[in-house]
Design a protein. Sequence first.
Lengths: 1214, 324
Amino acid sequence: MSEIRETTAKVSNNKITIDANEAAASVAFRVSEVIAIFPITPSSPMAELCEEWANRGKTNLWGVIPEVAAMQSEGGAAGALHGALQAGALSTTFTASQGLLLMIPNMYKIAGELSPFVMHVTARTLATHALSIFGDHSDVMACRQTGFVLLCSNSVQEAHDFAAIAHAASLESRIPFLHFFDGFRTSHEVAKIDQLSDDDLRSLISESAIDAHRQRALTPDKPVIRGTAQNPDVFFQAREAANLFYDACAGIVVRLMRTFAERTGRQYGLFDYEGDPEAERVIVIMGSGAETVHETVDELVGRGEKVGVLKVRLYRPFSQSAFVAMLPQSTRSIAVLDRTKEPGAPGDPLYLDVMTALGETRGGTGRHFNVEPQVIAGRYGLSSKEFTPAMVKSVFDELNKENPRRHFTVGIIDDVTHLSLAWDPSFRTKADDVSTSLFYGLGADGTVGANKNSIKIIGQETEQFVQGYFVYDSKKSGAITVSHLRSSPRPIRSAYLIDRAGFVACHQFDFIDKIDVLEYAAKGAVFLLNAPGDSGLVWDRLPQEMQQQIIDKEIRFFAIDAYALAKQVGMGGRINTIMQTCFFGISGILPRDEAISHIKKSIEKTYGKRGPEVVRRNCEVVDLALAQLHEIKVPAAVSATRMRPPIVSALAPDFVQKVTAVMLAGKGDLLPVSAFTVDGTWPVGTAKWEKRNLALEIPVWDPKICIQCNQCALVCPHSAIRAKVYDEPSLASSPSTFKSTAYRAPEYKGKLFTIQVAPEDCTGCNLCVNVCPAKDRTNPKHKAINMEPQAPLRDNERANYDFFLNLPELDRAEVVRLDHKGSQFLEPLFEYSGACAGCGETPYLKLLTQLFGDRLLIANATGCSSIYGGNLPTTPYTTNREGRGPAWSNSLFEDNAEFGFGFRLALDAHQNAVRTLVLHLASDIGDDLVTDLLNANQDNEAGIFAQRERVRALREKLTALNSAEARKLDQLADYLVKKSVWLVGGDGWAYDIGYGGLDHVLANRRNVNILVLDTEVYSNTGGQQSKATPLGASAKFAAGGKSVGKKDLGLLASMYGHVYVARVAFGAKMVQTAQAFQEAESYDGPSLIIAYSHCIAHGYDMAQGAAQQKLAVESGVWPLYRFDPRRLVKGEAPLNLDYGPPKPKVAEYMRNESRFRVIERADPARFKHFLDEAQAAAERRYSGYQQLATIKLPSREPGEEEPASSNGDGLETK
Amino acid sequence: MNLNTKYLGIPLPHPLVVGSSSLTNDLDTVRQLEDEGAAALVLRSLHEEEVTGEQMDGFFNSENSGESSAEAASYFPEPELALGPDEYLEHLRRVKQAVAVPVIASLCGRSTCGWISYARLLEQAGADAVELDLYHSASDALTSAAEVEAQMIEVVREVKQGINIPVSAKLSPLFTAFANFAHQLDAVGVDGLVLFTRFHKLDIDVVELEVLRSLQLSDSSELQLRLRAAAVLSGRVSASIAIAGGVHTALDVIKATMAGANVTQLISAILKNGPRYLRTLHNELREWMAAYEWSSLEEMRGNMSFQRIPNPSAYERATYRMFH
């Protein structure tokens, strides 16, 4: 049997514990021949699993490995699928959100051509005022018109079952199916389900329908033509010709649901009703929320209320008769709940459908209802907003009112339009037999992974039903994760977070000062804390609030020093198996010995492929854990005097106190509508208020050793180590431990110099220490910066850092040199982002803001840089003392080049307008100022400064004028100062999904600068290959190593002739990086910088990132060059190589990184082939570039007559 | 003319063996070495510390970044093969398939259980013998020479008991009582002694203040240390003797044999001159023996050992006598 992932253990009764993504993909894979994919959260795991299975040779029902093709975009995937369907293949794909929208054009075609096809969609919020990766139905609802069937699963089991029904029904009905379930809430929920066997699938899938599909395939052996263009005479009739198929569809689904039930015992209907058969109040809903309503209905019916829920499964085609038939005759009022928002509509979509169904069936044969039910409409759960039984209860309560609100929202506090229902949070469904456990962990400590294992162990080894759901914060470094685990003797319908836990574990001691980890602990709960040091001292180290909670809630309290144990066994910071063992040891869910044996088995399964030593050490900590676990005796009274520290400093601005801090505390759900701007605008510079204290060790500067090169500051991904030069008097009130030394180089002779660390913002990545070239000659292991434990330094360094920040900034107009060193004296306007520790992208962005930050506009493609750049609660882009700073926005993944191009068009328009106004008002302004304003040289900081002064002078003059034109000029005057437009994104954007737009922008001559942060994979979605992925690298969607080389985007761009192009790698040649940024900015036309960005997806210690960049360049893997069209004018070759002939170091480079090394492990011959090819390619590339760097082209000065023999504008310059 | 010899109980047509090095990393080169007449091949060492270190690095690098972001539970495809000694074992299997000459695996363990378990895996993968690379950095001030030696003896004893193929021990020249140690190894049943490990070239960059490590090829001058050690042991231990390091010419092979070596392990000579050089050496060896009318190597083996020469002290303190 082509079964699902081997790591998934099964029990004899065919129960498996998996998430809905795997549940759906396991069916889709088995019934497909062609699978075209593109990653998008939260659907990516389905695509990844299919690619992985195909790569391992798993087969579909017919013994064939499906063709899995990773495409450049969802639009590309849809196109490929459309083609595959036309050519007669059984096909599938997986997507969500904006990715689904990109498929819509082809969806119309696929449906219009009646092609059987199923796409599995993790329903996700569409980006509107903000992006959200979480779940609601806005994407699916945007597809209602396409002609696709919309079939909704509410749970993991249903995602598995409906995947099968969808594929079968599509084949029989010829109508394509969009099978969807809620993103994250269902797609990422782990639950125990019954697995469908291959035979189950065979029993559903009609071979004759497959034959018929094949018969319709386009083939030259029996040609027909499709995709014609039709005119007014026939299009309409032809469009109506498919009606009968839609009429038949619901019947086919019903029949297959019956067949399915006969085989599996699980009966589904187009609509399913649950509740009192005599219910008077009914909620109509689809998706995971339906399960929560079901659970609440059970509770309320038990309390004697006449309520029910109607679950919508087949949403399109909407069978009105089936819908009405399922409602109890006794129904008096109905609340229709939509998980989407259609602004301006008479109601959200499901509500309108229900109204229509009720209206259209009202006059039918026989009266269905005793009284015509009253219908109200509610909106809930946008972006996975919590939807709890208490909220359901409030909806039923509303239905009970004499005059219920016709339109409402539930789950938020709307104090603006007052649409929201209030709910009583104390309302809960009875769940005495449900075990609930909450685990607070850190991303890097493996808590989530271990909990996934735990829930699988419980699911497999007990009769219990289980549910695991995992919540992450929005940071990539130091993310707090919360695992919600339920187990119960009854099916679990609770599609909401645990708010009353019988077991709470806190895997990181520092969290007790950051979040209220016992907030959801039930009375009598068990609390497990990973606490460093002597367990006898743990109690005294707790803050007062926590001690009080433990006493009040009569909590049993256990502690273990898991880090000490992990260190003892050589497990680094991996404490997850230790904590997992303690969980089983205390919770008693399984007998201890049994639990330990299962944990070890699961370690073997999970880590077996990482090597026996990994398994051995993990098992060793399991053996040692329980002996080091201590129950802490809880005193009768609180003894602590300290309280939990405030979330943000009292100095933070009002908005940060009132909004950001609430979100940081994990209480964003409580913020009312009025707390927010109406258009998604958000203040900048808020990251500085979130002191994350992630680093166990931070760099400490030794001024005696320092050679003042500023490299540490340049490479810091979090702007947490900074350099400043300043005059001695500024030092007057410095803290006693503040360090300072004389600046050595001549440009700022007489000034003082300081390297200062932001102790609470540093992530401890070590990049700075590794690049520091200055060693103590008598003791070379001591450098000019050295890592030392943070805790003892924290208070002093915090004061030092505050003092440092308040030292005067270097006057930009007086900046002597803007190279890699000089730039570091400029204030970074991008700081403390949530990027990964050691990130290879952010140093470029920081440099960008140092160089041009006060006049910078950034259009940012979706991806890592948009997440750490703009994912709330905090914002890393900030302002200088004048209040200027980068203006940043994110549009989409695919259109960022065009988006930024739009910035440029607007700026050019504003500049034209302002220049025109200046000329109009010249007589009032004065000729000299007009001339200066319009002809200002703004090529350097001094020029920019002078222009700002002129604008100031202009404004002063305008105050005396009282005309509309003067007011308009005043409004636009700042556009007289040069702005710098940067289009920023990753390789997924630039090489793949956004390439068409990028190419078009390059083909224009507008002055935009494009920065490609090239990590060579889709980093944000988990390391899928892009066209930037190099030859031989293993990535998701290219598990066996990419078999073609990296696309040479730079070379392609340079062929336009008018595009400035540079390839840079800050770790290899900082001076070239800084130079390229300035040349790009100064070039009056499109510029493209492709920046080598080391990434965790490369698989090595990021502290070595800069060294690896150097190796990339030395080996010729990553060329450094600058192609400057301005050189053509001077008769020079435009290409300037900034690297030397490749050294034979490709092998060393590749072996350093897991992404290459895994191939060597798996297939040494293939690796050797890749290695030889990569080495040869490096040499060929160098040779090719070298020749380009010496070419001679005819030059002509700007303004010269075009030579008669010119071959167009290919290589001319402005 | 008879060049036959026996090493680790394995009969070989002549004593020219390819020593443990990167030479045998590539299958094409392996085949070439056999074609050019290598009597046996010793593979590069399987380093326990490297294997476990890489496993743990891989584990930390992949796991630490996983499960920390809602968008990505991981950043790598599921690995297809366990990171373990498998890569080495697979290579060993392939070399065994590729050639008919005996293939000796080399092992550098760290933990006692590592030595034994890896040696078993090497045996299972088809090695004809295992060469234990007994190296100790001697930088721990708290561990005595006696303790280090006792551990090494224990490792050899346990490996010998744990596997059925012959076991040799490759030694460094840095033993205070070398002969005694060799005898202790002999007593626990070691089948061969390989004299000696060569060290990487170390240097100090006096400007950058860094230690530089590089591989420097040997030359014949390194032979003398090994000749003396072989001469000391020849006839006194039942283990066979291999000389590794400094064997570059046919005369070097003759000298090694006369000192008592059963085989000579060649690395630098082949790295310098290519696999074809094996054939050259073989020819020169025969030519020299013909010229001096030796009919077999066995006749001369050990004729210059301590046991058989009239004045063993000629090997002793040679420099003192000459220059003082």
